[in-house]
Ligand binder design. Structure first.
Ligand code: GTP
Length: 596
């Protein structure tokens, strides 16, 4: 174990994590220069064809250090997006150290700080790396100042590097060996392994990526998953080197994978502990919690997709994605569908896209919403995951909404613009701090619902792309919230209802009907759109009826043009939903996202 080092690379997006990881693999011979381009890609293609994820979750590297000793290094990947914050923390829990990568031209950004804190919470040895020093605009002194002032680390310990130009790679490897402590743990104790990642492999079944804390696991070991008590017999253990490579065993301190003919990836929960069924450990690794969805949306079949098709696709898909939850729901407007829970908006987009692409499903998504907690006058607490199910206002005592804690880093020229934006989003400022002469770190508490919509885009626009943003869930707080319904030709369309702050209700109502008027195609009759709160109409608009047939313009002459028009119509139809007589496009359901 003295010769094992377990580490992650943490960084803000685009600071060069993948490039550096490739370099480390290349330098240590895990991939040859030639193989990198040809063979590795070839195998990855085959693996892809076989339906295996190509992501490298934890790569084992061999490194002969300057002290002439050979070390085994495990590079553990962390997901790069805030939606997967809990998974980041589990990956870090499998390490003793982390390389904190900072782009020398950008400096510290929001995710740099967020991941730095996560690494500190796990007590990791942090090695700052100033990356991309090959660029002429690299400003190493400024970054060093930030490392000292913002992170409180010794800037002289930072390694200057360039993943792209191959500068500082050996220094990084030496620092990993010399500064990061070897794992602790005992081989003779009962098996205790932390699951930090998982995926589904059509050949091996659900595979767990683990850090062995104590004990040993090999083919034939009867294992138990501690959160559920389910037992399986191990069929294979191994490590990514970087290909999946079978090994005789994994021992305390090791990182690798365990396959046990597990059919459902939901049995392998990230953060859970694997132990020996016959000789179990007493205590699981602390901190396990099941992934909790933060955002909900309705998914409804459309076009030629039937409800059963969508159900089958969701069943199959979720074998691969343990974080997705779904339950059947029925909407008077849209019929039968599913209310799905996602970790965040990115997760939602991924699921939606994969269902469409890989399972050939046509679907309509309703606008995403957060989970509200409603305290009724009778003293009950209800969780509302679908705005249409909000109780009648006469029964409501209080509505609580989730808040996030946000870090925003911006050049000081844009501080005014950021403050104005956050104020519009009902944010409460917590702190204001210069991290160097030209850069400010702002901390806010903001209602999560406000960030779901278009916050990130607006922040980027307001700061010409310079600000960065990161957040985590904080708590639930009461808000003066109301439910707004949308009526189409006099009928409430339940799938379009949403919750909005009372002060913004008129503006949002106005914008949403205007937006819907733009996206609803003209039909043979007039379409009236109204935003209402209870029985009160807040805003309304109408889509005038269609006068002519689309094809009438073509006089039957130009056949290609005719075809094109028909195709265009067909495409447009693809994501439409028939509501009684009215056809609504997907955009209409997401109008709320653009209504502020
Ligand atoms: P995500 O995977 O999106 O989080 O990005 P990442 O952090 O893995 O960054 P990636 O390695 O993909 O690099 C981002 C961009 O920076 C790419 O265009 C790289 O070519 C470039 N880049 C990475 N490292 C260096 C470097 O050392 N020098 C220079 N000049 N460019 C670099």
């Amino acid at each position: 174990m003295e010769h094992i080092r377990n580490f992650s690379i943490i960084a803000h997006v685009d600071h060069g994590k993948s490039t550096l990881a490739d370099r480390l693999m290349e330098f240590t011979g895990a991939i040859e220069e030639r193989e990198k381009k040809d063979q590795l890609l070839d195998t990855l293609d085959i693996e892809r064809e076989r339906g295996i994820t190509i992501k490298l979750q934890a790569v084992r590297l061999k490194y002969k250090a300057k002290d002439d000793q050979e070390y085994t290094l495990h590079l553990i990947d962390t997901p790069g997006h805030v939606d997967f914050g809990y998974e980041v923390s589990r990956s870090l829990a499998a390490c003793e150290g982390a390389l904190l990568l900072i782009d020398a031209t950008q400096g510290i950004e929001a995710q740099t700080i967020a991941t730095f804190w996560q690494a500190l919470e796990q007590d990791l040895e942090i090695i700052p790396v100033i990356n991309k020093i090959d660029l002429p605009s690299a400003d190493v002194d400024r970054i060093k100042e930030q490392i000292a002032d913002v992170l409180g680390l010794d800037p002289e310990e930072a390694i200057l590097a360039s993943g792209k130009a191959g500068i500082g790679i050996q220094d990084i490897l030496e620092a990993i060996v010399n500064r990061i402590p070897p794992p602790k743990g005992e081989e003779n104790k009962p098996l205790k392994a932390l699951i930090f990642d998982s995926y589904y492999d059509s050949y091996r079944g659900a595979v767990a990526f683990v850090r062995i804390i104590d004990g040993e696991v090999k083919k034939g070991t009867k294992i138990k998953l501690m959160s559920t008590g389910k037992e399986f017999e191990v069929t294979e253990v191994g490590a990514q080197m970087p290909h999946m490579t079978q090994l005789d065993s994994l021992k305390a301190g090791d990182v690798g994978y365990i396959a046990a003919a597990i059919k459902d990836v939901r049995d392998i929960r990230i953060g859970d502990t694997i132990t020996d069924a016959k000789n179990p450990t007493e205590e699981p690794v602390p901190g396990f919690r099941p992934a909790k969805p933060m955002v909900y949306a309705g998914l409804y079949p459309t076009g030629s997709t039937l409800f059963e098709d969508l159900r089958d696709a969701l069943e199959k898909y979720s074998i691969n994605d343990a974080a997705l939850t779904y339950e059947m729901e029925s909407s008077p407007a849209l019929g039968l569908g599913f209310r799905c829970g996602f970790l965040g908006l990115l997760h939602m987009e991924i699921v939606q896209e994969r269902l469409e692409r890989e399972y050939d499903i046509e679907l309509i998504t309703t606008a995403p919403n957060v989970i509200y907690k409603v305290l009724t006058k009778k003293g009950e607490e209800i969780e509302v995951r679908n705005p249409a199910q909000m109780p009648d206002p006469s029964q409501i005592d209080k509505i609580l909404e989730p808040y996030i804690e946000a870090n925003i880093i911006t050049p000081n020229d844009y501080v005014g613009a950021v403050m104005q934006l956050v104020q519009e989003k009902r944010g409460v400022q917590r702190s204001f701090e210069y991290i160097d002469k030209k850069t400010v770190l702002l901390r806010y508490d903001i209602p999560m619902a406000e960030v779901l919509f278009d916050f990130h885009d607006k922040l980027k626009t307001a700061t010409r792309g310079y600000a960065s943003f990161d957040y985590e869930f904080k708590d639930y707080r009461p808000g003066d919230l109301v439910k707004m319904d949308i009526k189409i030709n006099g009928e409430v369309v339940d799938a379009l209802s949403f919750i909005v702050h009372r002060d913004k209700a008129y503006r949002v109502g106005r914008n949403i009907v205007d937006k819907m008027r733009e996206v609803i195609p003209r039909q043979l009759f007039e379409v009236r759109i109204q935003a209402v709160i209870g029985s009160k109409v807040v805003a309304s608009a109408r889509v005038a009826p269609l006068r002519k047939d689309v094809l009438a313009k073509c006089y039957g002459g130009d056949i290609t043009r005719k075809k094109k028009l028909l195709e265009k119509q067909k495409k447009g139809k693809k994501r439409m939903k028939q509501l009684g007589k009215v056809e609504l496009p997907q955009e209409a359901f997401l109008s709320i996202l653009k209504a502020e």
